[in-house]
Write a protein that binds this ligand. Sequence first.
Ligand SMILES: [Zn+2]
Length: 332
Amino acid sequence: MGRFQMRCRPAAPPGCWLVLAAFLGGLMDGRALAQVEHVAAEPAKTASVRIVFVGDVMLGRAPGEAIARGEDPFADLAAILKDADLTVGNLECVVATCGEPVPKPVNLRAGPACIPLLQRYFSAVSVANNHSGDYGPEALVEQLALLESAKVPYFGGGRNRKEAHRPLILERNGLRVALLGYNDVIPPSFEAGEDRPGTAWLRPADVIAAIKAAREVDHADLVIPVPHWGVENKPRPEEYQRVLARRMIDAGADAVIGGHAHVTQTVELYKGRPIVYSLGNFVFDWRIPGPPMVSWIVRLTLSKLEPPQMETFVATVDRTDGFPRLSLKPKK
Ligand SMILES: [Zn+2]
């Protein structure tokens, strides 16, 4: 395991958020109420919140078979996943028993046996990705119900467009953290409609308005967009991602934590705020032989007045079983 740490300097003096907030945009008409989960609060003035983000969590195929045998794909990383106020991942499959694979090259579905593991390790999961619709809207609705009954909060998807776009607000240590999930990876048919279950599509105007509304309307202290975007297996982000990520920070995001490429990409500091374009896979088997895949686990420490701190843990993901591990162990 490797680890590096980045201290981010604020581009503006503390307190400027309060001034800036006064100029931020207004209510979005018809906006769904945020989902809010409260946990015992303490005074927010000096409080900080530690959030761990991991990349794509795919619990079907080989990881799913292992879970059915009673194995735990997260075991090797358990200490890092647990040592946080919030732990967030991208659920890169649909968790359901129903539905039929829709026409596309790869369809990923996990069985409900993975739900207790999500419950154990994650404070929230994003469902805004290019696999949550793999078995049709009926399967997605089953997944949402499974997550709800297990009290695993989710964001970036829902039973209709309003639900899909609503922020998830999690409160820890007196700080309100808004998580916003978006996907722009095809197929576009996975996008939620007025009355159709699906994901929140990544459109710059919507994202910028949502970041501002999270602060203005939902009174979030911290706002983190989690975009699922970019091109698979490329080591660098596309220009549109770089432009949009900076716009998100300009609009008030405290960090941007992206994924989808299956590989890690670059990290950027913009106005003292970290932009991680792709965390890589976290739990994912891979049928093409090759060396273990690299996975970043990012831990952000955020507060209202101090600049964000970011630590990155590096794990490797075994292509055969799809499990992340802290270090490579020689095979006998
Ligand atoms: Zn993806």
